[in-house]
Ligand binder design. Structure first.
Ligand SMILES: *Cc1c(COP(=O)(O)O)cnc(C)c1O
Length: 447
């Protein structure tokens, strides 16, 4: 059977111009092992983007496989209103030990965007029920990405995803966030005082009274091109939110689970958000699940006699799915038992070193930035002025296609090439994928 042809007959792929598939048909994957994926012809692909940033501990990890197999023979799913199960309870017992201090109530969803929607509704309703019904707007940073359902799109600031839908979206207060590579204050992210934070202060002065929450991707704006900013920004934001009674929502969907070198990006700042959204790494990239974790204080504002109408009327059919919970428990166990994050941090030093050595000599590399094992290479037209490449040339996409031929999955964000590999990647694979990425970049830019 021609599987590619059959695919295109039926499937409308996510986030794709389907016409592009005329020249790059879908790669039909048969199996995975570690960071490797194998297609139906047996060709191997190095998955250094963790299959959309969710695969944490390798494909077909034997321990996670075993946990799910055991669970599937015990209980596959049960309604989560009025009913519960040991797997979800155990997961929360374990999670509460590792999430930022003060977060202790877990509300389940089945994808990242849904957790974002949930956190926005939760924040609005909290203020509504505590005497501040005027707090019905949200603040978000420029270049933010929080998912693609309507509420999540509204707080997002990447035009590629939201521009077209603006007529449908909530009126969000947009704050010029940190832009460290092209810092308008001429500072450098390693030793600045977050001069850009004054934009947040100005917005709070003007709009805090009508604002329920500000939502941020802590330290790393992934979809914007792996933009990295300093923890000080989060610390300052925590103080500002406290001063104005505005919730701080942490979208840790991409940054959680060791991606930034600590369990959560907020851990770098030593402060806690009021609501934290988790997904992606949560189940190791196995099962669709997300959680909005919040504080006792927020939970208590919903706790009253039924007829007061204060309950949080939000549900998803697959909330607390036992198979997903079993994977999530196993992920936490592996992270701990195998010291995964500590080991990843050691490997991250090597990874960053070879990427800088290989890419910085190219005159079109504007910056190599990194956090944890995530490394991004921003290609520019001119290194001095930081002028971007002509986006109509689709340079990143050309590099992606070249690298695929050689069995490496890069999937650049525009003209930002990045690596966000499973935390278990080894040095020989780091050598290989960076060599291929460098060759392909040179070939596309200079041939
Ligand atoms: C992926 C992602 C989301 C959305 O999660 P989905 O499961 O794709 O809906 C939200 N925020 C961030 C930071 C993400 O990376």
């Amino acid at each position: 059977m021609d599987w590619q042809k059959e695919d295109l007959k039926y499937i409308w792929h996510p986030c794709s111009q389907m016409k592009d598939y005329e020249t790059l048909p879908p790669i039909v994957i048969e199996r995975g092992k570690g960071i490797n994926l194998y297609d139906i012809n047996g060709k191997c692909y190095k998955d250094v983007i963790s299959s959309w940033w969710c695969n944490l501990l390798g494909h077909c990890n034997p321990k996670i496989n075993a946990a799910i197999k055991k669970q599937v023979d015990t209980l596959e799913h049960v309604i989560f209103a009025n009913f519960s199960h040991k797997t979800a309870i155990t997961l929360c017992q374990e999670l509460v030990k590792v999430v930022p201090k003060g977060l202790c109530k877990f509300n389940f969803a089945d994808n990242g965007s849904a957790a974002i929607e949930m956190s926005l509704k939760m924040s609005f309703q909290y203020h509504y029920q505590t005497g501040n019904p005027q707090k019905k707007r949200f603040m978000a940073l420029s270049d933010a990405y929080h998912g693609e359902t309507l509420g999540a799109l509204a707080v997002g600031g990447v035009d590629l995803y939201s521009e077209l839908y603006k007529p449908l979206l909530l009126d969000v207060i947009r704050i010029d966030g940190p832009d460290c590579f092209r810092c308008p204050y001429g500072k450098c992210r390693d030793n600045c005082n977050c001069e850009c934070f004054k934009k947040a202060e100005e917005a709070f002065e003007k709009y805090a009274d009508e604002t329920a929450a500000i939502i941020v991707e802590p330290l790393l704006q992934g979809s914007a091109g792996m933009k990295v900013y300093p923890p000080l920004y989060l610390k300052k934001l925590r103080e500002l939110c406290d001063k104005y009674n505005v919730h701080l929502i942490a979208d840790e969907i991409a940054t959680g689970y060791g991606r930034t070198g600590k369990m959560f990006a907020f851990d770098h700042a030593g402060v806690s958000p009021d609501i934290m959204c988790l997904s992606k790494g949560l189940t190791g990239g196995y099962m669709p699940m997300a959680i909005a974790v919040t504080t006792q204080k927020i939970y208590d504002a919903f706790y009253d006699d039924y007829l007061k109408g204060k309950a949080f009327m939000h549900s998803h059919t697959y909330s607390g799915n036992p198979l997903a919970c079993s994977a999530a428990i196993e992920v936490l166990k592996i992270l701990k038992d195998e010291n995964i994050i500590e080991k990843a941090n050691k490997k991250a030093v090597y990874f960053n070193k070879i990427i800088r050595e290989k890419f910085l000599p190219l005159e079109n590399v504007g910056e190599v930035r990194s956090i944890g094992l995530i490394n991004a290479i921003e290609l520019v037209k001119n290194r001095e002025t930081k002028e971007p490449l002509d986006y109509t040339k689709r340079t990143g996409y050309q590099i992606y296609k070249k690298a695929l031929e050689r069995g490496v999955i890069l999937r650049p964000l525009g003209d930002v090439i990045y690596f966000n590999p499973p935390l278990i990647i080894e040095e020989d694979d780091m050598d290989y994928v960076t060599d291929v990425a460098l060759d392909c970049t040179r070939e596309i830019l200079y041939n």
